[in-house]
Ligand binder design. Structure first.
Ligand code: BES
Ligand code: ZN
Length: 458
């Protein structure tokens, strides 16, 4: 990488961490209506990062939380890169399980602990600091950059597609870059060429119009909690296979070559079990743990509530029971079709004595990048230099980033998913953290990437 840029990164390393802490102090929980004012503060923080570097920047209001858009287009003839990230974070609860408060970023054992540290504030910040380094140290960037940093990724990116559609014409770019995924393991940087899609739904079954005395009325009316439990139990067979009719119909099966590629990555099942605190892995029969996580569709209960959940006993028949469910999707599965099959299936199994309500939240299809994309080599080189390793693995992952398939569909763009995080960073869990070393390596890889992309043959 450019020596002047590298020097700037070293000189300003500590300040980068301080600024990231400032970003992390803003509780930008997109799902929580009480955080609305903080969402704007978050967007303003991001906006200022760009405006002070001389980017054309704007805060774009949406029906939900604002999008920050910023561009620097002073490298005529050079490629244009679209950088995407999100400044919103997941809710921090359960709060009592955090060692230090989620919005008071704390350095411990070489990691920065805070909600959003790895997902995605710390990661998206690497691409902002790399641009800063080029502009402040050299005075120009080797590529043109357009940043879209949104505030609704964790709630399904509801308003982003409209934004992209509206600006489609002015959005000409060559490639998209996203850092919102993980490495394969510590010191094992990777490029992710596939993500799963998702659909999120909620079902409520209602019995009596109010909670009833279970002695006086129990046995005479259907219990909605039991009803929900029966439906949930019907979702899988005991071999872990999803029982919704047609669920697997459109699934693109893994090729033998991919199965071998996954297996060759090596996977430490004992360490995996220990990390998660489980005695056994479990999932669809006939597939390895890696295949189940990256390339097989699933149906998961995310939350379940009904009746009395306080201390001690309370003898009631609850009025209602609710379950939140998500399915992770793989290539060729259609989110709309899956939601429909799921609703039809649950409805068909619902006892006639209970009322059925069904809400569909958000959905996105799976993503796969052509593994022969020439951009992969440019990114690998930049990562190898920053990490000082020989290999950058090509992996898939099980999580979802709704917009990446939209980049392909609406803008025709390939996306490079360059994850600087670790799956053990506790994303979406208490004590989320991000390695400070990986933060700095990420900045350095990003700064190198701008140059590698500029040097690519046209
Ligand atoms: N950064 C994650 C996605 C991710 C994490 C991908 C780790 C690969 C490895 C992202 O912020 C996220 O959590 N997305 C949601 C999307 C959903 C709410 C539509 C997800 O996957 O649950
Ligand atoms: Zn997330």
């Amino acid at each position: 990488m450019n020596d002047t840029v590298a020097q700037y990164l070293t000189q300003h390393a500590d300040r980068f961490v301080d600024e990231l802490k400032e970003f992390l102090r803003i509780p930008t929980v997109s799902a929580d209506p009480a955080c609305k004012p903080h969402m704007l503060r978050g967007a303003e923080f991001v906006y200022r990062q760009f405006s002070r570097l001389g980017f054309n920047a704007e805060i774009v209001p949406t029906a939900g939380h604002p999008i920050v858009y910023a561009e620097w287009l002073k490298a005529p003839g050079a490629p244009t890169v679209l950088v995407y990230g999100h400044y919103d974070v997941q809710p921090a609860d359960p709060l009592d399980l955090w060692t230090t408060p989620p919005f008071e970023p704390t350095l411990r054992d070489g990691c920065l602990y805070a909600r959003g540290a790895t997902d995605d504030k710390g990661q998206v910040f690497t691409h902002i600091k790399s641009a800063e380094a080029w502009l402040n140290a050299v005075g120009a960037l080797p590529v043109n950059l357009k940043y879209v940093i949104e505030g609704e990724e964790e709630v399904g990116s509801r308003n982003l597609e409209d934004f992209l559609e509206a600006r489609k014409k002015s959005f000409a770019c060559d490639v998209a870059v996203v850092s919102d995924t993980s490495q394969y393991g510590p010191n094992q940087p990777a490029i992710t060429y596939g993500l799963r899609g998702i659909v999120a739904v909620e079902m409520t079954l209602t019995g009596p119009k109010k909670d009833l005395h279970s002695g006086v009325f129990g046995g005479a009316v259907a219990n909605p909690a039991s009803g929900v439990a029966r439906l949930i139990a019907a979702l899988h067979d005991d071999q872990g296979r999803v029982q919704i009719p047609g669920f697997y119909d459109d699934v693109t099966p893994l090729t033998d070559a991919e199965r071998k590629q996954f297996a060759d990555l090596g996977f430490d099942e004992e360490a995996f079990k220990a990390e998660l605190g489980v005695t056994e892995v479990f999932g669809e029969v006939g597939y390895s743990t890696t295949e189940r996580r990256w390339a097989r569709p699933t149906c998961e209960v995310n939350g379940l509530f009904s009746g009395y959940t306080g201390v001690g006993p309370k003898t009631i028949v609850p009025s209602k029971a609710t379950v939140k469910i998500t399915c992770r999707l793989v290539p060729s599965q259609d989110p709309h079709k899956i939601v429909q099959s799921l609703e039809t299936f649950l409805k068909s199994k619902c006892p006639s004595s209970l009322t059925f309500e069904f809400t569909s939240y958000h959905g996105c299809p799976a993503f796969v990048l052509d593994p022969t994309s020439p951009y992969i080599e440019a990114a690998s080189q930049a990562i190898r230099e920053a990490w000082g390793v020989d290999t950058v693995r090509l992996i898939r992952e099980g999580g979802s980033i709704p917009v990446v398939q939209t980049f392909k569909d609406v803008l025709g763009l390939d996306t490079l998913l360059l994850g600087w995080g670790q799956n053990t960073d506790n994303l979406h869990s208490p004590n989320e953290h991000f390695s400070v070393t990986d933060f700095h390596r990420g900045i350095s890889a990003s700064a190198g990437l701008w140059q590698k992309l500029a040097e690519m043959p046209k």
